[in-house]
Ligand binder design. Sequence first.
Ligand code: PGA
Length: 255
Amino acid sequence: MSRVATPVAAGNWKMHVTPDEAGAFFRSFLALHSPREDRTVAFFPPALSFAAAREATAERRDILLGVQNVYWEEKGAFTGEISAEMAAAAGAALVLVGHSERRHVFGETDEDTRRKVQAVIRAGLAPLLCVGELLEERDSGRAAPVVRRQLEAVYDSLEPDHAARLLIAYEPVWAIGTGRTASPADAEEMHGQIRQFLQDTFDEELAARTPILYGGSVKPDNADGLLRARDVDGLLVGGASLQPDGFARICSAAG
Ligand code: PGA
C-alpha cells in the first residue's frame, strides 16, 4: 500500500454489522462522503461482512478495507482463524493488530502482537498497531512506560523498511466505549511520545511519516478538536462508525 493521505478516519465495526447491513450502510455513507485526496477513509468490518463491504465499495477505490484480526500462520489446522494472506486475497489493505479487546478480552500478549505484525507485513499488508494503557496504569503514572513497552515489543524486531509500513493507533483503554474521551491535550502528549520513540528507534523521517491515530469514544462532536491536536494524524472510531451520517461528519472533520 502506498503512503496513506492524512488525516485518516477509520471505522472499527467490531462484532457489529451483518453482510446485508454493510450493504445498507454503504448505500447511505457513499452518498454522504465524496472521494477526497486530502484524507483517507478506512473500514474494518467483521470478516464475514468483508466481501459485502468490498462489493459495496467496488466503485470507490478511495475507501480502504481491513480486517480486525489475523493469526500469524499462513495456513493450517487452526480452526476459527484467518491468515493475513487470506485477508490480502480477499482485498484487504490493512489489518488491526493488538486492539485492546484482543489484548484484554482475549488475552493476547505483546509477543502475539509482534508475531501478528510480522505476518501482516509478510502478506504485503499494512498493520494498524493499537497501543494504550488501562485506567489503573494511567492513574499510577505508568501510561507512558506501558505504551513504550507495547511499541518496543513490535518495533524492536522490525527492519526500517518494514517499520515504515505500520500505522499506529493510540487508544487509552479507559476511553474505549466508555464515553470518556482523552482530551486533545492528553492525546497530544502521548502522540508526541510515540513520535519520539519512532525517531529514537529509527529516524526523523520514519517518525514523521508514520500516521498516529487516536481512538476512544470519538464522536462527531469531538473529532474536530482531536484532529487539530499536534501529532494526531487520524481517528480510529468504534461505536460512532456504525452510523453513516455521524461517521461521514467525522470523515470531513478538520477541513
Ligand atoms: P469507541 O471504540 O470509539 O467505541 O470507543 C474505539 C475502538 O475500540 O477502536
